[in-house]
Write a protein that binds this ligand. Structure first.
Ligand SMILES: CC(C)(COP(=O)(O)OP(=O)(O)OC[C@H]1O[C@@H](n2cnc3c(N)ncnc32)[C@H](O)[C@@H]1OP(=O)(O)O)[C@@H](O)C(=O)NCCC(=O)NCCS
Length: 199
């Protein structure tokens, strides 16, 4: 891997994070040859081209409706200032992955230190380290936005998602049973979290 995170161990200090995080603009030294950079509104078409085929599979995600490019452009333009949103771009300029972090609940300051993370990699670019590159960039940047932990739900039938997050140091903290209902079928949602710093 282009950066070191043996066993998915969470970094324990800001210096640790800095050592483990990549220069956000550098391509991987191994694995997928992609550049990780902040999202732009003009990425909307590329992001929709990644997400809609994943949504169409009916697996892995709880998104159930294809996204429209204009809606995605507005979503990016209105993304929270405390959010993080990075994309992985192949050398031909095509977006092959994305990862975002948004405040857990902006209606109170009680959760200011908690971010909700989401990750998607193009169906044709899986198992090449793209998600790992995205995680590294996000882990390096998230403390600077005030985040101390990242949290998300993953479908219980999403083995790839559960494994990818576990490999990057996320721990299972609970299961919300029959939490999603997709195509008439109930699906459990696994809650995972990862601390970015220890106090
Ligand atoms: C989960 C997902 C983001 C992984 O992306 P990816 O680019 O293929 O992941 P990587 O190649 O960086 O692999 C990351 C780690 O997970 C492991 N992994 C990834 N997919 C796996 C699979 N299908 N089975 C077993 N392990 C898997 C890799 O081996 C790697 O482990 P390592 O660090 O020991 O090498 C991708 O499968 C995806 O977009 N899925 C649909 C959306 C989703 O499930 N998102 C997660 C919940 S928000």
């Amino acid at each position: 891997m282009p950066w070191s995170d043996p066993g998915g161990r969470p970094p324990t200090t800001p210096a640790d994070i800095a050592a483990g995080g990549p220069d956000i603009a550098q391509p991987a030294a191994g694995g997928a040859d992609v550049v990780i950079r902040e999202v732009r509104p003009s990425d909307a078409a590329g992001i929709v081209a990644v997400l809609n085929p994943i949504i169409a599979t009916g697996a892995a995600t709880t998104l159930t409706t294809a996204l429209a490019e204009d809606d995605e452009r507005r979503y990016i333009a209105g993304f929270p200032s405390r959010g993080l949103f990075v994309v992985a771009v192949a050398d031909d300029g095509v977006i092959v992955g994305l990862q975002s972090v948004e405040p857990f609940d902006a209606s109170t300051h009680a959760f200011d230190h908690v971010g909700v993370i989401g990750t998607f990699v193009d169906l044709g670019w899986r198992r090449r380290g793209v998600a790992s590159r995205l995680f590294a960039a996000t882990f390096a940047a998230a403390p600077g936005k005030g985040y101390e932990k990242l949290f998300t739900y993953i479908r219980a039938d999403n083995a790839a998602g559960l494994t990818a997050y576990a490999r990057r140091g996320f721990e299972v903290v609970g299961v919300a049973r029959r939490h999603a209902r997709i195509a008439g079928r109930y699906i459990d949602e696994v809650m995972v979290e990862r601390f970015l710093v220890t106090s």
